[in-house]
Write a protein that binds this ligand. Structure first.
Ligand code: B12
Ligand code: SF4
Length: 544
């Protein structure tokens, strides 16, 4: 194979930003796979340049010149930026390849703008691209391994690529690690509902942790596992074998149902400083919060108590909620969340607007069948800039009124002061204040208020939200134009819109399989073991 000049771009940001929180955090949100690809490409003798775009670089200056092949890793919110960059490079004769969450969720759309679109990616899948490295136009080739890779290069091997990205983080630096892929549970709303659980090698994990202790004075590790709590004891045994208590700080996403007090004691002892459990809703997904049969006020009482217990053991607690679920109706869910903010003042409330990310989850087929999925440009699909599922029980103005009211309440001076007082440690306190005054608190209040105003003031705007018009309101086009800056000129014609029913159509058309990764209910790549697990579990299970 001739040596290729390979560019790899990790799009953490979807455009330039000045937000304080982004300045502190974005470099810490880098993805693992672009670093993995960099290692694998070098192992095959290719020349690699990895760039992590955090929103503060001048992208046009940073992008590599003179390359043969460009890989881009993107979330859906970065899709338009990725499409524009791909067009720019294709015009120069470069072959382009997209991977990451957007490629898994919207392969049909991505194939219109890339030569290759990769789902599950192991070394063989990558080799196929490297060996062929040819343009595929007008429609790109969708490739996917049968399952998630069995092994991935650990921190030691990725270090050369981790270091320059961490250098962009001005204060504290979080090293991304992964101990497992997939999940044994089968929640129908989750991208991992059909993906078999597999732990990665515990020896590599131990070696990576020891390696980190040699590289950094006080390492901080962020676990990217979809569900950290599975095989809890194996993980903690591995950590205890490699790390003297408290020498590394850890951050992980885990569900309330997995966070019993005895486990928290062990986590605390081993340096787990931040946990991000999902509460999601007061009226469904009870198993996730160890509150199976409880709903409403009863669930609130139990969950608040649980959250308060957790915050006695970890410095930083973020509790996640989804707004606009079908089980929610009227003011009650929002009022209960406000009460939660009062009763558990140490917890930072993370709010997501319900979003159906293409073929991410089986439940999205139901929304598509019911014709409730709207075609908002991907740029806005980041859980807060647009909700692409029409709410079952709210009119849009009423829904936004509740969202604004809840956000104002959660980031009011009173709530911020109570959070500050309830948090221990300098970093958690500062982090929560920054989040409140930056893009997440004040920024969102301004944005939601503007959307709400236009729902009344502009008929075309409201019609778009109702699915009665396909004409994208200028408000959204202008924002993409501003975020893309000079790259806007490269955005291919039609690339702002996509078919929101593509998943449903492909399932109806094929009856089986689903293109580039992300298993579908009939996909042969779903292991029989996973199917059995799926059949034997209730829809909602313990979650990350
Ligand atoms: C860990 C995680 C995070 C972490 C780390 C993010 C990161 N940079 O990776 C944090 C907490 C920071 C985070 C933040 C967000 N996240 Co997140 N996150 C996840 C989670 C739980 C695991 C992803 C992961 O790393 N898996 C391990 C890797 C190895 O496996 P994989 O992702 O399946 O990747 C495979 C293939 O896709 C492919 N691949 C992956 N990347 C690339 C890149 C290239 C170039 C190639 C060729 C291939 C390739 O190879 C892998 C092996 O087969 C997923 C849910 C899930 N279970 O997947 C959500 C998920 C990816 N997040 C999601 C979202 C929406 C977000 C946020 C926008 C939420 C928000 N509002 O803040 C932000 C965006 C952050 C950003 N960087 O822009 C969505 C993405 C949907 C979409 N289509 O965009 C997901 C799918 C959850 C969901 N709602 O369904 N997230
Ligand atoms: S437990 Fe969490 S990671 Fe597993 S399927 Fe459910 S939501 Fe997804």
């Amino acid at each position: 194979m001739p040596q290729l000049r390979v560019g790899i771009l990790d799009l953490v940001a979807r455009g330039p930003t000045k937000a304080l929180y982004a300045r502190v955090m974005n470099a810490n949100l880098a993805s693992i796979m672009p670093q993995v690809l960099s290692v694998w490409c070098e192992q095959r003798g290719h020349d690699v340049r990895l760039i992590c775009y955090t929103g503060f670089e001048n992208l046009l200056d940073e992008l590599p010149e003179d390359i043969d092949l460009l890989f881009i890793g993107a979330f859906s919110q970065g899709a338009q930026l990725a499409y524009a960059i791909s067009a720019m490079f294709r015009a120069r004769g470069v072959v382009t390849c997209l991977g990451g969450p957007h490629a898994r969720c919207y392969p049909e759309d991505a194939a219109r703008y890339f030569d290759y679109v990769l789902g599950f990616t192991d070394q063989e899948t990558l080799d196929e691209v490297l060996e062929e490295c040819a343009p595929h136009r007008p429609l790109g080739r969708c490739l996917s391994a049968d399952q998630q890779p069995r092994t991935l290069p650990g921190v030691r091997e990725r270090w050369k690529f981790i270091e320059p990205t961490l250098a962009k983080a001005p204060t504290f630096k979080i090293v991304p690690m992964l101990g497992s892929l997939g999940c044994p549970y089968a929640c129908s709303f989750c991208i991992d509902s059909e993906v078999a659980y597999q732990p990665l090698d515990f020896d590599t994990m131990r070696d990576d942790l020891r390696f980190l202790l040699e590289q950094m004075k006080r390492p901080r590790v962020g676990w990217h596992d979809p569900n950290f709590g599975v095989r809890f004891d194996d993980y903690l045994d591995a950590i205890e074998a490699a790390v003297p208590p408290g020498r590394i700080d850890f951050v992980a996403e885990s569900s309330l149902s997995l966070l019993s007090e005895d486990r928290l004691v062990r986590l605390e002892k081993n340096g787990f400083r931040a946990m991000l459990p999902g509460i999601e809703s007061w009226f469904s997904l009870g198993n996730k919060s160890k509150a199976r049969s409880k709903t409403g006020q009863e669930k609130l009482a139990q969950v608040s108590e649980h959250a308060n217990m957790i915050s006695r053991h970890v410095d930083y607690l973020q509790t996640n909620f989804v707004l606009g679920l079908d089980c929610d109706e009227g003011a009650e869910p929002f009022e209960l969340t406000k009460q939660f903010v009062d009763r558990s003042p140490a917890a930072f409330p993370g709010y997501s607007l319900l979003t159906a990310f293409g073929r991410a989850a089986p439940l999205n087929l139901e929304y598509q069948k019911d014709d409730r999925v709207l075609g908002f440009p991907f740029h806005f699909l980041n859980n807060h800039h647009a909700m692409n599922v029409k709410p079952a029980n709210y009119e849009w103005p009423e829904f936004y009124d509740h969202v604004i009211d809840l956000t104002k309440y959660s980031f009011s001076p009173r709530a911020v002061a109570r959070r500050f007082a309830a948090n221990g440690g300098v970093i958690p306190r500062l982090m929560n204040v920054v989040r409140a005054v930056s893009s997440e608190g004040n920024g969102r209040i301004r944005y939601f208020t503007e959307v709400r105003r236009r729902l009344d003031a502009e008929k075309g705007f409201r019609d778009y939200f109702e699915g009665e018009s396909d004409e994208l309101p200028e408000f959204f086009t202008d924002r993409v134009r501003a975020d893309l800056g000079p790259l806007w000129d490269y955005l291919p014609e039609g690339a702002l819109s996509h078919d929101p029913l593509a998943y449903l159509k492909s399932e109806r058309g094929k009856g089986r399989g689903n293109g580039a990764g992300g298993a579908s209910p009939t996909d042969p790549t779903v292991s029989p073991e996973k199917r059995r697990t799926r059949d034997s579990l209730p829809v909602a299970a313990p979650d990350a």
